[in-house]
Design a protein around this ligand. Structure first.
Ligand SMILES: N[C@@H](CCC(=O)N[C@@H](CS)C(=O)NCC(=O)O)C(=O)O
Length: 223
């Protein structure tokens, strides 16, 4: 039996969604973020040394890292669904987006989250103006332009054929959902990029996405 070690408000929501799309049986073991630090509880480190979400267990296998989990589930149980045929240009695009989501799209979004927290967080009175100035500078000179460049690129890409790997919905679209939802939640993705907003509308309307939300529970994006 596949077990999803599910952290609230996290990337493991993507795994639940994929499992629902594939119609597979699975169970959820729940972990709650610390409300102050937002970190995962130490018990998740008993499953995998990094204690990050998502992580799944399947028999003797323990597997972490969203892209690896998605590819494993599709290859092991998908019977050819949600993945383009081997050797096609679509398959290469699929692989690209599977890696791009965490390797390229998430780092500037995570930097924004960290610097936003530095700006807002409590700190000694004398240090505050300096820390805030550094955070504001990092955001305006590097982070915001990087995020805008990625979003412009993605707006153009998704506009080409409707889904990230081509004309068909694939697991790459599920993998790409997290950076786009994070960008909409806290990095300025809005109606000025209509193709991406339409992508979000279409994925949110999928019955499997809705079922995954019902099973997973609260999903507000934090990091
Ligand atoms: N690149 C990793 C990132 C994993 C990650 O950072 N997960 C976050 C949840 S979205 C987490 O576990 N945060 C809690 C913590 O770091 O304690 C993946 O895609 O699996």
């Amino acid at each position: 039996m596949i077990t999803v070690h599910h952290l609230n408000n996290s990337r493991s929501q993507r795994v639940l969604w994929l499992l629902e799309e594939l119609g597979l049986d699975y169970q959820i073991k729940r972990y709650e973020r610390d409300p102050k630090t937002m970190l995962a509880p130490a018990s998740l480190r008993e499953v995998h040394p990094l204690g990050k979400s998502p992580v799944i267990t399947d028999g003797a296998l323990t597997l972490a890292e969203s892209g690896a989990v998605m590819e494993y589930l599709v290859e092991r149980y998908g019977k050819g669904s949600l993945v383009p045929a081997p050797g096609t240009p679509e398959k290469l695009r699929y692989t690209y987006w599977m890696h791009y989501a965490e390797g390229s799209a998430m780092p500037p979004l995570l930097l924004k989250l960290v610097f936003d927290r530095i700006e807002r967080g409590p700190m000694p009175f004398l240090v505050k103006p300096v820390a805030r100035a550094i955070a504001a500078r990092a955001k305006s000179s590097f982070i915001a332009p990087q995020i805008a460049r990625h979003l412009d690129y993605l707006e153009a890409e998704i506009g080409k054929e409707g889904w990230f790997a081509g004309k068909e919905f694939t697991a790459a679209d599920i993998q790409m959902s997290f950076p786009l939802e994070a960008a909409a939640a806290r990095a300025g993705l809005n109606e000025s990029r209509p193709q991406l907003m339409d992508f979000l509308k279409r994925i949110h309307a999928r019955p499997a996405y809705r079922r995954a939300l019902e099973r997973g529970g609260e999903y507000q994006l934090l990091d």
